[in-house]
Design a protein around this ligand. Structure first.
Ligand code: FEO
Ligand code: CA
Ligand code: CA
Length: 701
């Protein structure tokens, strides 16, 4: 197929017809999130839409002025009052087309949207597979053999379906690094020929356990050729479904977290469905446990109404689980171990510098379907964690630590800093539009003031051991956070995924992936923060905390992007000329480069009939809103976990070849090995080869 590049008028194919809801293939939906879209959204709460009830007196100009000086990572960054008062994009009334050259860091020609079975990158760039499913991670890992895979081999090899990746420099120049990668889920029908989903073998189940979790490797930059090379080292580590984790924070030891194998409620085996994450300023990695619900069987045998309500709110229902793990380990059987499920759904923290360290699960960050957690520091060194709960009609959260970060790389400093996320205040977001409700009609048409925007507040749920939600104990707030947030009237969002703060301006961004159910019968209708009914393509939210203070409890927000085909009237690109931008659907993971450009990877192959990709959009100045497509991933794949440095971009290629009807016998892709081989989820690096502008391209000069 051929799709003309952005800049020319083009016709984007209509959404592909599919037997399931949304754009992903049926196999991906089943194995990644247990067909979440095919079920009713678990949020049945009738918590009111506060946008219609609350109008604060806070003026937009006042908040923006207050945000004139912001702090990121401990260093003060100044915006002039003039910039701040004008707002991030200047006037919203007329479409900007960009006058002079490209924004710094975006000097490449957009890739043409496509359906290739390849990673497609701009002219003048090179690419390299950094690590693939089955590649060695731990010293003595055997060579990958698709047809003779074993659990023992998998425990030493790179896991399946890489999602988040974090690069942590070990030296000042970033030549020597730890690369930490999540393995969100396994797709057994793609991994094993002859797989019988109704009757998996024990070895297949054990391979699945070993292919989940995280990998830690040492990776060296290649100063001559470019790219990133994984090398054997003593840091090589696999964390799997069987690795011990310590539960920390205010709910650790709670009765709600005790099981027959762990009567203390403080030690959990493994981590599940690790989706996005973040690198902390103290050099560790955070990773969110997302669709953990799908691994637990026999919810239908739970008769206690309180327990059943809690399970339902987390989307846990039915009899046998997709992978039938409950047949091989009782802890996955809710009828036998009702509390084991409460020990998943947390943010975990891993210290890559110590391969013998016990990773932790931080209960103070709450329990939900964590997309990830990203940290910024307040001016006085407290850690602020932004978090999304990736479910239709679920919420955005923020945590502010009580303690302050201790700088330095010593073991004592890291031990202190790894406790920061155990004590603080957990908040949930409530957003209020500033336009009359009748102007938000669900069509995506902008209201009369020219943008979707308004004010917001962070509503506290718990502080340390103290619950701030009437009728719930602190332990209940932390373990059943969704129910606590329902009670305080949090704003129901369209699948809040990654949240990232801009290192240049301090403004914060959240990807709202999509929500086809917005406005459907019995569901919440459009509001200014989620303005489209049947939102197939998602949007990107931008806000600044009051006074530029990351710990502030109020903020001012607007939508940066309303995604889709730019030719469609329901899309919006921060007021930029829509004939000059790339089509995008289903924003998922976010990253920033050093210039304050926002990089967005997508998760919905089918919704526009094009492969997923990695995009970049300037957030400031004349080019604000000029969305460009930097790369696309192979057929059936999702683009995940972007890392953007000044001279290297990496992206995780998750579930390549997962298309309807594909299986190990009928692979939907042969990427990356080619020659008809079965596809392998992999991390890919991309860099510029020749001279170029600043950003994404200094290697080779
Ligand atoms: Fe695993 Fe929300 O994507
Ligand atoms: Ca408005
Ligand atoms: Ca994701």
């Amino acid at each position: 197929m051929s799709i003309p590049p952005p800049g020319e008028r083009r016709t984007i194919p209509l959404p592909l017809a599919a037997g399931h809801v949304g754009g992903r293939s049926g196999i991906t939906c089943r194995y990644r999130c247990a067909d979440a879209c095919a079920h009713d959204a678990p949020n049945r709460s009738d918590n009111p839409y506060f946008g219609d009830l609350v109008r604060t007196a806070m003026s937009r100009r006042g908040v923006l002025r207050a945000a004139a000086v912001v702090t990121v990572g401990g260093g003060a960054l100044a915006m002039t009052a003039g910039q701040a008062a004008a707002g991030p994009g200047g006037s919203q009334a007329t479409a900007r087309g960009g006058g002079s050259g490209p924004a710094i860091g975006t000097d490449f020609e957009s890739v043409t949207p496509n359906t290739e079975d390849a990673v497609v990158i701009p002219t003048g760039y090179r690419q390299q597979v950094i690590i693939r499913w089955g590649d060695p991670v731990v010293g003595d890992a055997p060579r990958f053999d698709f047809d003779h895979q074993t659990a023992a081999a998998q425990e030493a090899q790179f896991g399946y379906n890489c999602d988040f990746a974090g690069l942590i420099p070990r030296d000042a120049l970033g030549q020597d690094n730890w690369l930490v990668v999540n393995h969100e889920y396994t797709t057994e029908p793609e991994m094993f020929r002859g797989y019988d989903p109704d009757d998996p073998t024990e070895e297949q189940v054990r391979i699945g356990w070993a292919a989940h979790g995280l990998s830690v490797v040492r990776a060296l930059r290649d100063p001559v050729a470019g790219g990133l090379r994984v090398v054997p080292s003593r840091y090589g580590r696999r964390i799997t479904v069987r690795t011990p984790f310590e539960l920390t924070g205010p709910a650790a030891g709670s009765e709600l977290l005790r099981t027959s194998a762990d009567p203390t409620g403080r030690t959990v085996l493994g981590t599940l469905n690790n989706c996005a994450g973040g690198v902390t300023p103290w050099g560790t990695v955070l990773s969110g446990e997302e669709n953990f619900n799908q691994y637990f069987g026999n919810a239908d045998q739970v008769t206690d109404p309180v327990a059943a309500e809690r399970l339902a709110r987390y989307g846990i229902s039915g009899g046998a689980s997709t992978r039938k793990w409950e047949r091989f380990d009782d802890r996955f059987d809710l009828a036998v171990e009702p509390n084991e499920v409460n020990r998943f759904g947390w943010v975990v923290e891993v210290d890559p510098s110590d391969p013998d360290s016990t990773p932790v699960k931080h209960t103070a960050l709450g329990r939900f379907k964590h997309e990830g957690a990203t940290i910024r520091l307040t001016e006085d060194g407290r850690a602020v964690a932004y978090q999304g709960d990736d479910e239709r009609f679920d919420y955005l959260y923020k945590f502010v630590s009580r303690g302050r970060m201790v700088p330095g790389n010593t073991r004592a400093a890291r031990r202190h800093n790894m406790r920061l996320l155990d004590d603080g205040t957990l908040y949930v977001a409530r957003l209020t539009g500033d336009s009359p409700a009748e102007e938000i009609d669900g069509s995506g048409a902008l209201p009369a003031d020219g943008e979707f925007g308004g004010t917001g507040e962070w509503v506290p749920l718990a502080r340390g051991d103290r619950s701030l939600v009437p009728g719930m104990t602190a332990e209940e707030v932390y373990v059943f956070t969704r129910l606590a947030a329902d009670r305080v009237g949090a704003t129901k969002m369209d699948r809040p995924e990654d949240v990232e703060a801009n290192p240049v301006t301090g403004r914060v961004y959240a990807a709202l992936t999509n929500n086809a159910n917005r406005g459907a019968a019995g569901s919440a209708g459009p509001d200014e923060a989620n303005p489209r009914a049947g939102n197939k393509h998602g949007h990107v939210l931008e806000w600044e905390e009051a006074g530029g203070d990351a710990a502030a409890t109020t903020f001012r927000w607007r939508l940066l992007l309303v995604c889709g085909d730019p030719e469609s009237p329901d899309t919006y690109f921060a007021g930029f000329d829509k004939s000059q931008v790339s089509p995008i659907t289903s924003p998922d993971n976010l990253a920033f480069d050093d210039h304050g450009n926002l990089w967005i990877s997508t998760d919905s192959t089918g919704a526009l009939g094009i492969n997923d990709g990695l995009y970049v959009v300037p957030t400031e100045g004349e080019r604000r809103g000029e969305l460009k497509l930097f790369l696309t991933v192979p057929r059936g794949a999702e683009a995940c976990g972007p890392i953007v440095t000044e001279d290297l971009v990496t992206v995780c290629v998750q579930h390549p070849g997962e298309i309807d009807g594909s299986s190990a016998e009928r692979p939907g892709s042969d990427w990356p090995d080619g020659g008809g081989a079965n596809p392998r989820p992999s991390v890919v690096g991309v860099w510029r080869t020749g001279p170029g502008g600043r950003g994404v391209g200094r290697i080779g000069r």
